[in-house]
Design a protein around this ligand. Structure first.
Ligand code: ADP
Ligand code: MG
Length: 617
C-alpha cells in the first residue's frame, strides 16, 4: 500500500487551529486589544462595523513593529514575548503563544500598518487566507493598526454559526470592558457603526468604572484593600443596595487578567449574604495580585478559568476583606457594629493554619430593600370585578388545563359546583371565597373541590404584563403623574441606547421621559399609581430585566418592555400582603386570559383536589 500520510499545508493547519482561538468576533477583539496593551500603548481605539462581522479595527500608539516583524507576526508560534518555556512563569504580558495573529490571518482579510520608533517610514501589509498579498512602505504614526475584515469568509459554517448582531456586539463590548477595567492607565475608545460608544480617558480605577458604567456608580462603590503575603486584594465592591437580580457587574481579575472563579465569587457573595436580598447578586470589581507561581498561567487563550494553589486561603482572605470593607464604611445604618471590626491579621500561615477573620456583627434581619411593614402592591388598579363571564372562562380554562390529572369524579364535583366563583352570587365579588396568604409567598384560595395555591409573584407578573400590553396596544399614552422634582437619570452608553430605543413604549406606559444630552434622560413623570421612591434604581432594574430577556428569552420589543416592567413592579415573593391586596390579585388574575402561566412560562397556580389532599396522608 502506498504512503498515505502527508503534512497539511500551513494555511489549512492555521485554519483548523484558528477554530480554537477565534470563535467569534469578540475573540479577535480580545487578541488585538491585548496585543496593543502588550505593545505598551497608552491609547487604544477599537472600531467595529456590523458587530465585527464586517470590520474589526484596532489602532494603538504602542511600540510598533519593524518591516520584518510585521511580516513574521502572522506566522504560527511567532512571538516576541517569551524565548523559553521557563519564561512563562515570570510572564508580564497577556499573550505569549504566538497563535492569535496566525489564526486571525487564516480566516479573515487582514490589513496591518505599523511603524516603530527607529523607522522613519512604516509598513503596510495586506493578507488573505494567510497569504501575503502585498507589502509596501507607508506613512503612519508610530504604533500599529490592525484591520480584520470579513471574518470567517472562508469558513461558512463558522459564519453561519454566529449569533445575532446584538449578541455578538455584547460579547465584543464585554471583552472591551474587561480590558478597560484592568488598564485605567490606558485611554480606550470604542466606535460601533460610526457611533462613539465609549470614550475612556486615562484615569484612576474608580473613575474608569464610572466612565464605563455610568455616574450612578460614584456613590455605589466601597473600596477594597488588603495586602497579605499570599495575595493582594484591591478594587471595589458595590454597596449592598447596588446588588442586582441578574449576575451583572461582577468582575474578578487576577494579575490583570479577567477570570471566572465560582469559588471566589462565592467568597464575596457569602461575605455580603446577610446584607443583600435573596436572589440578588453583589456588584464587584475585585483585583487579585498573586505570585505567578501560585497560579496555572498556562491557560488556554479562550478560557477564563484559572487554578490557584492556595484557593482556600485566598477564599478566607477575600471573604474577610469584603466583610471588613463593608464594616469600615458607614452604610447609613446600625446594621454593622463598627466597634467590633478588628483589623485583619493575614500573616500567611503555612499550610494547615487558617487566616483569622475579622469579627463583624451583622443584623441578619436587615434588608435594605424592604420596609418593615407590608407595602401596598404597586400598580394594582382597582378595576371593578364586573366581567363575570370572562372570569368564569378563565376558571374553566384552569380546570381544563389540569383535567388530565384529576379523576373523573373530581371534575364532576367541580362542575356540579358550577366552578368556584359562580358559587358566590352576592354583590361582593370573590370576597366571600376564603383566601389567605401563606409563607408571604403563596395565596391559598379555598374552593369546593379543594384549594388553589397561587404563586403571588408570578400572578402579579401576569396581571401587570397583561395590563402593560393592553396599554401599549391601545397606542394611547397612559395617565402620567408629574414628579414634583424631575429626575435626571444617567446611564451607561449601552443602557442609554436601550432607553432611547424603547422610549416610545415607555411614554405609552405613562412615563414622561425625554433625552437630555449624552446618556442622560430627564424623567418628568411616572405612570399613575407607581410609587415615586428611587426612580433611578427602578429604571435600572427595568433595564437589567430587559437586557436579560434579550439574551435568555426572545421576546418582541413590546413584550419585553411589558414583561420587564411587570417583573420590576410585581409583588414579590416574601412580601406580606394585606387582605384587600390578596383579594385584588385573585380577582385580577382570573380576569386574565392566561391565569395559569406567567409571561415567562412559569406555573402561576395549582389546584389541590380532594384526592391529592387525601394522598398526602
Ligand atoms: P502573542 O501575543 O502570543 O505573542 P500574537 O500572534 O498575538 O502572539 O502576536 C505575535 C507578535 O506580533 C507579538 O508577540 C508581537 O511581537 C507582535 N505584535 C502583535 N500585535 C502587535 C501590536 N499591536 N504592536 C506591536 N507588536 C505587535
Ligand atoms: Mg497576542
Amino acid at each position: 500500500m502506498s504512503d498515505i500520510i502527508h503534512i497539511l499545508p500551513d494555511s489549512v493547519a492555521n485554519q483548523i487551529a484558528a477554530g480554537e482561538v477565534i470563535q467569534r468576533p469578540a475573540s479577535v477583539v480580545k487578541e488585538l486589544l491585548e496585543n496593543a496593551v502588550d505593545a505598551k500603548a497608552t491609547s487604544i481605539d477599537l472600531i467595529i462595523k456590523d458587530s465585527g462581522k464586517t470590520l474589526i479595527k484596532v489602532n494603538d500608539n504602542g511600540i510598533g513593529m519593524s518591516d520584518t516583524d510585521a511580516r513574521l507576526c502572522f506566522e504560527r508560534h511567532a512571538t516576541s514575548k517569551i524565548a523559553s518555556a521557563d519564561d512563562i512563569f515570570s510572564l508580564k504580558t497577556k499573550g505569549f503563544r504566538g497563535e492569535a495573529l496566525a489564526s486571525i490571518a487564516a480566516i479573515a482579510h487582514v490589513e496591518l500598518k505599523t511603524r516603530n520608533e527607529s523607522a522613519a517610514i512604516g509598513t503596510h501589509i495586506i493578507l488573505q487566507g494567510s497569504q501575503c498579498q502585498e507589502q509596501s512602505p507607508c506613512q503612519c504614526e508610530k504604533g500599529t493598526s490592525f484591520a480584520v475584515k470579513n471574518l470567517f469568509y472562508n469558513v461558512p459554517a463558522r459564519r453561519n454559526f454566529l449569533k445575532s448582531d446584538a449578541v455578538e456586539y455584547n460579547h465584543i463590548r464585554e471583552e472591551f470592558i474587561r480590558l478597560a477595567l484592568v488598564h485605567p492607565e490606558i485611554a480606550f475608545s470604542l466606535h460601533h457603526n460610526d457611533k462613539n460608544e465609549y470614550k475612556l480617558p486615562k484615569s484612576a480605577l474608580k473613575q474608569r468604572i464610572i466612565n464605563v458604567f455610568g455616574n450612578t456608580y460614584n456613590e455605589r462603590l466601597l473600596p477594597l484593600n488588603q495586602e497579605s503575603e499570599l495575595v493582594n486584594i484591591s478594587g471595589f465592591i458595590g454597596k449592598p443596595e447596588a446588588a442586582r437580580k441578574t449576575r451583572g457587574e461582577q468582575y474578578l481579575f487576577v494579575n490583570q487578567r479577567y477570570i471566572k472563579h465560582p469559588y471566589f465569587n462565592h467568597a464575596i457573595g457569602n461575605a455580603m449574604e446577610e446584607l443583600i436580598p435573596a436572589n440578588h447578586f453583589p456588584t464587584y470589581f475585585v483585583y487579585l495580585e498573586v505570585d505567578p507561581a501560585q497560579i496555572d498561567i498556562n491557560i488556554h487563550p479562550t478560557k477564563t478559568e484559572v487554578k490557584f494553589k492556595e484557593e482556600k486561603f485566598i477564599y478566607s482572605i477575600l471573604r474577610a476583606s469584603v466583610k471588613q470593607s463593608l464594616g469600615n464604611f458607614n452604610l447609613g445604618s446600625q446594621q454593622i457594629d463598627f466597634d467590633n471590626v478588628s483589623p485583619i491579621d493575614f500573616s500567611y500561615i503555612a499550610s494547615g493554619g487558617t487566616p483569622k477573620e475579622p469579627k463583624i456583627f451583622v443584623d441578619p434581619n436587615y434588608n435594605p430593600f424592604s420596609s418593615s411593614k407590608p407595602t401596598s402592591a404597586p400598580i394594582m388598579p382597582s378595576s371593578p370585578f364586573k366581567n363575570k363571564k370572562q372570569n368564569n372562562e378563565a376558571w374553566t380554562k384552569i380546570y381544563e388545563s389540569i383535567k388530565e390529572n384529576i379523576p373523573e369524579e373530581a371534575i364532576a364535583h367541580a362542575q356540579q359546583s358550577q366552578l368556584p366563583l359562580e358559587e358566590e352570587n352576592k354583590e361582593n365579588d370573590n370576597n366571600n371565597l376564603p383566601m389567605f396568604q401563606t409563607l408571604n409567598t403563596y395565596i391559598i384560595v379555598h374552593v369546593k373541590s379543594g384549594f388553589i395555591i397561587i404563586n403571588q409573584e408570578a400572578a402579579s407578573e401576569r396581571i401587570l404584563y397583561d395590563k402593560f400590553m393592553r396599554q401599549m396596544e391601545s397606542k394611547q399614552a397612559a395617565d402620567v403623574q408629574k414628579l414634583l422634582f424631575p429626575e435626571t437619570l444617567n446611564f451607561s452608553p449601552q443602557d442609554a441606547d436601550i432607553i432611547a430605543n424603547i422610549q416610545h413604549d415607555f411614554i405609552l406606559l405613562g412615563f414622561d421621559i425625554e433625552i437630555f444630552g449624552k446618556n442622560t434622560f430627564i424623567l418628568n413623570g411616572i405612570p399613575v399609581g407607581m410609587k415615586e421612591t428611587n426612580v433611578q434604581h427602578l429604571m435600572e432594574q427595568l433595564l437589567e430585566s430587559y437586557k436579560n430577556n434579550l439574551i435568555s428569552i426572545r421576546l418582541s420589543r413590546k413584550s419585553n418592555v411589558a414583561y420587564s416592567m411587570a417583573k420590576t413592579l410585581s409583588v414579590k415573593k416574601g412580601q406580606a400582603l394585606l387582605a384587600e391586596e390578596i383579594n385584588e390579585i385573585v380577582k385580577q388574575l382570573f380576569m386574565s386570559e392566561s391565569p395559569e402561566i406567567s409571561p415567562c412560562g412559569e406555573k402561576i397556580c395549582k389546584i389541590l383536589n380532594e384526592k391529592e389532599i387525601a394522598n398526602l396522608f
